[in-house]
Ligand binder design. Sequence first.
Ligand code: FES
Length: 345
Amino acid sequence: MSKVFIDSLNRFSEADWLAAVGSLAGDIHEVDRAAVQVWFRFYPLDLVRYLESADDLEATMQGIVMQGDFGLLDKIDTSHAFLYGNRYWPQAKAEAIKRAESGEPAGDLAAEIRSLAKTVASDAKTKESLTLGIAAVALMTLVQTGIDEMKAASGMTSVPASEMNRSPDAIVAERAKDDSQGIFGFLRTVNKKFTVDYEAFGYDGSFTIIDNEEITSASQKDQSREWQAMDERCWNGPVPIECTSASCGTCWIGVIGGTEKLSEPERREKTRIKTFGYNQPDEKHPFLRLACQTKAHGNATIVIPPWNAVFGKKVRGNVEDVDLEPVTTSAKKLRETIADAVSGE
Ligand code: FES
């Protein structure tokens, strides 16, 4: 089978992809504008290539303190469930495969994404603004997994009718709303309560947050489920944590609604997030955050990635050498000690 299309896409770096998606952002419906950019940060091409070139994958993953479930191979049909455009995945996947089989090389990256989005919109009888994001995801999934794996993937589970019937504008409006503070809420200056809606891989829900509280602190109060059964990094609440002090990188999240209602990142968060390797945009209210450094002043909608690592130095080469493992290890030790004490061992 001709690999011309995928080979030509392989010329592009992660920075090229982020630039292409960024250049299209203004034309992507608001419901998916941040979400698709978050998706590209959850599946960083530079890290995939770094791991692919490793002689000893396990040692390399240990070298970047990787935890959780990294990669797209086992998530071809599910990684994008938090995008509104997820409902157009069957068409996007089929058109991406068809494009790859055409044997024609890729031209300009943004133009390729736009062209695929146009065909998908026509197939699905919807607007291009709603298919641009999922088209970009389909092409990157093709690059990271290959055409045979894309074809062999089992296919997504159908989106419930109640979800299909929600309009993108209604979702945007709902995310923008804050919880009512009650009839005399306007008199309340402290202890206002808001909601954080979260979507993770395999579970979702919401928890209450007090005004000016860190997201991880609010998450830890949610004892409603056996979190570790869902993700072993979640030893206390739905958001994975270790250090709660911007030292380990476990708690990174994407924000797809209410970014402007979160505290601005301080210098420590900006520096550490670079060390970890996560690609936080240099903005006042970025859509990529460390939950333990982020306070809420209103409702927010977040997405929790299924993995974390410390790869800024080794993969991006843009940070000073730091040894973070002892911090992670000591947090783990503390956690184990507490668990042992609680269980009476
Ligand atoms: S929990 Fe370690 S960086 Fe937030």
